[in-house]
Design a protein around this ligand. Sequence first.
Ligand SMILES: [Zn+2]
Ligand SMILES: [Zn+2]
Length: 293
Amino acid sequence: MSDDRPAAVARKLPGKPRPRKDVIAELEAYDAKVRERHLANNDMDALRLYNFFHSPQPKRITQWRLQLDCGHIVEDYTYGDRLPTEGQWDEPFHRGKLPLGQYWHWHEGDDRPTVEQKVVSWDERVREVPPDPIEPPEHWRDHPEVWAKIRSDLPRAYWKVTLSCGHRSTMLIAVEWSPEDGHSYPEVSAEQVAAAHARLDESQEAGLRDEGIEHGKRWWSEGCPTPDTHTSCNVCPNVRWIVAYQSHGTLVQDRPAKPKKPSRQSVQRKLADAKREAKRLEDQLAAMGDDDD
Ligand SMILES: [Zn+2]
Ligand SMILES: [Zn+2]
């Protein structure tokens, strides 16, 4: 989805940045906490690394305000003068990074649906999970018939995957499956697909979520692939594009030294010097008499 990336422009944004001293105070508090922790653990290696690589250096940190495609303006910081669209921002769900130009942003009332995306790579098999128990777990107690339908008889493994939107996700797949196996397709007739679509349309009327229905229809239309070729991305609804940014410079700025205000004493001294010089010139002139005329 990096093709959808809007061009971000540098411009003056409405509002004001946080006062630099507040940001620096926050950084110092954080810095003290990390140091304290390393010292308490007597972990001098970690402290040394921290000093070299992570200890915040306000002189090198640039304060930015970013305007996102929802219209909101947020504040964040980069090291050096790298533009906010030239480095990847963090993504907490999979502890990774977002595609260039995106920013993690969600707030109350921002109810965007999860979006189904194509799986473009199967990156890492992480851990196995045993078959689901026959007895319904706590939150399925009241619906044993639904549990009986959805529970898995087979052990499965979690896979980390990358999606066409550039985000990461995880999927549960049969334990013995590996990416070289590709997808398998059962024999499905056109009638079966049509019947499944009709069933899904009925559930739409029964108030099932649109995303689930779209997902089901797409899966049936593709011929019921295992593992699925798509999965829903829970990162997409939580990110926005950066459309504009304004730099407020580094947190600590070198100001040109102001000229010092002279003291009364030094003015008096200068005046005395000037008077003496004037007197000397007058005397010199007097000594010359009219010789040069
Ligand atoms: Zn917003
Ligand atoms: Zn996504």
